[in-house]
Design a protein around this ligand. Structure first.
Ligand code: MG
Length: 283
């Protein structure tokens, strides 16, 4: 199933995509008023949603909907860096030291924005893009093994890990440059895990103004999704609805010999095959 959140006269609604339309989940909204509550609701919530998908009427055409980020404010939004070999080579050129362990940083949840919302550069002069596969945690995860990690995934989405490169290197945590407001456009929906048999076999691409900048496959991650979940959950509990950005391949502006950073008017399109595409204009 593909879960969307969309705007209806200023009120956020939850729905499911069926062909070119959205089926409203209003009939189950009393039990499951938010995306987070659907995720926390587990199999019972999924069954109730499935029933609406099978029997509900179309609420509106997909093309007429203003889609919102497919989840409200989760408890955590984690992101891994340096997770594709050729992106590591780019980082070498920038003087980023190689790490012995998985490199994690937070994106503050306030940076989350809709799949077609605009990106505000704020004060950065080095605005950059990063197409990534996003993961939504389903069942709560603490000390989960690599083998069992799959059971803790609710679904997948597309994320542009928009980065302010100048602010990113203010400190080694990268936090300041990764969390500007509007720098976490995502969606266009959450595809449930049952529809993604192998998250490590998906082509992903990023275009700027129609020009292909990034193209790779999630099979080339250095640390796969299962190892990421296992590693994080060794230290702390991942809660239902928590988000993980799984790393970007080579081709970011910062990695170019003469970087061409994003500027107002640029349109960035991020695609992950089997999941969907998001498109955001810099203002
Ligand atoms: Mg990233």
């Amino acid at each position: 199933m593909r879960f969307v959140r969309y705007d209806e006269g200023g009120t956020p609604r939850i729905g499911l995509v069926r062909r070119e339309a959205i089926v409203s989940l209003a009939p189950i909204a009393e039990r499951y008023p938010t995306m987070l509550s659907i995720i926390e609701g587990g199999d019972a919530a999924l069954a109730a949603a499935r029933e609406q998908l099978d029997q509900g009427a179309d609420a509106l055409a997909l093309r007429d909907a203003r889609l919102l980020a497919p989840i409200e404010r989760p408890s955590k939004f984690m992101a891994i860096g340096m997770n594709y070999a050729k992106h590591l080579e780019e980082a070498d050129r920038l003087g980023v030291p190689r790490a012995a362990n998985q490199v994690w940083f937070n994106k503050q949840t306030t940076c989350i924005s809709g799949p077609f919302d605009t990106i505000d550069p704020g004060v950065t002069e080095k605005l950059d893009y990063e197409v990534e596969l996003g993961v939504v945690i389903g069942k709560s995860a603490k000390t989960v093994s690599v083998e069992n990690a799959r059971d803790h995934v609710f679904g997948y989405f597309v994320i542009n890990d928009v980065s302010a490169r100048d602010w990113q290197f203010h400190s080694s945590t990268m936090t300041m440059g990764k969390s500007f407001d509007t720098h976490g456009p995502m969606g266009p929906w959450i595809v449930t895990a049952d529809e993604v048999p192998d998250p490590h076999a998906l082509d992903l691409r990023c275009y700027v103004n129609g020009e292909l900048r990034q193209s790779n496959n999630t099979g080339n991650m250095l640390t796969n999704v299962w190892s990421q979940i296992s590693y994080l959950s060794t230290a702390f509990t991942l809660l239902p609805g928590d988000l993980i950005a799984t790393g970007t391949p080579e081709g970011v502006a910062a990695g170019m010999e003469s970087p061409v950073f994003l500027k107002p008017g640029d349109v960035i399109r991020c695609e992950v095959d089997g999941i969907g595409a998001i498109e955001n204009k810099v203002v």
